[in-house]
Design a protein around this ligand. Sequence first.
Ligand code: UDP
Ligand code: MG
Length: 307
Amino acid sequence: MQISIVIPVYNESEGIDELYRRTMTAISSFSDSFELICVDDGSEDTSLSQLIDYHKQDPRFKVISLSRNFGHQSAVLAGLSVAKGDYIGIMDGDLQDPPEIFERFYHKMKEGFDVVYAVRKKRKEGLVKKFAYWLYYRLLAKMSDTNIPLDSGDFCMMSRRVLDKMLTMQEQSLYLRGIRAWVGYPQAGLEYERAERFAGEPKYDFKQLFRLAYNGMFSFSSLPVRVMRRLGYFTLIFSFLYFLKILISYFLYNDAPQGFTTLALAIFFFSGVQLISIGVLGEYVYRTYNESRERPLFIIKDKYLNE
Ligand code: UDP
Ligand code: MG
């Protein structure tokens, strides 16, 4: 098997005909040994039966279904875990990642790269969302200890050795694009224009987007804890200076300290700082607990792989 393409699908019934047609055409135009692996992430609509119908027509179109909705990252991981190809690609099931670009990825890989990821040059989304993405990727790049490329998502192609390494890292707070960067080997970005959804509504809600964003920050940066310590230093120095000021005004100007407002503000401010710090600590404690349970990240219900 030369190429595997993993495609997570969650309630995409309106787009599946187009997904099948376009992706098949795009990949078969440059490879004669490939598989497309659609992962049905517990869809509630007819997506799964539509996918299975296509599988019956064409065995190169493979399907696995999960026991419930596990979320995009877990669905992709499930697909990756059964992929057999030497070159493995990931794309979204809503055709926002144009499958025609895999040919460019593939040629770039042949130049000696282990990962070729897509870099979004343009996004066709609302202004607020665009700005939020823009800001997030820049913040993450500043914060993170791993070099995670700007404006690139999961849309990529990678080599077998990169995938095998990724599969050994079963992190609960999965952030695939981060692990992919972490693995290393020669990696290259290719620019593309992110299309609009072919059909249907976005399946990621705001909460899920935030969770993914948090995973990126907490899994690839120690900044949240370091910020707390710095705040601690900062307030210590500040309180020392304030103490000096009080001493000076008392001894030099005979001005006894007064001011309920200052006191109340200080208490409010530092209570806030402490609560946030405890929250950040709690986040780490929870993440440690979550990792230690080692629950599987997905459960495969059925496989249509014709092995
Ligand atoms: N998806 C999934 N499980 C989910 C949510 C989304 O498999 O719980 C799939 C969805 O079908 C799509 C891809 O992940 O193929 C990206 O989702 P979406 O288009 O909603 O995300 P966005 O493009 O807004 O980042
Ligand atoms: Mg999408």
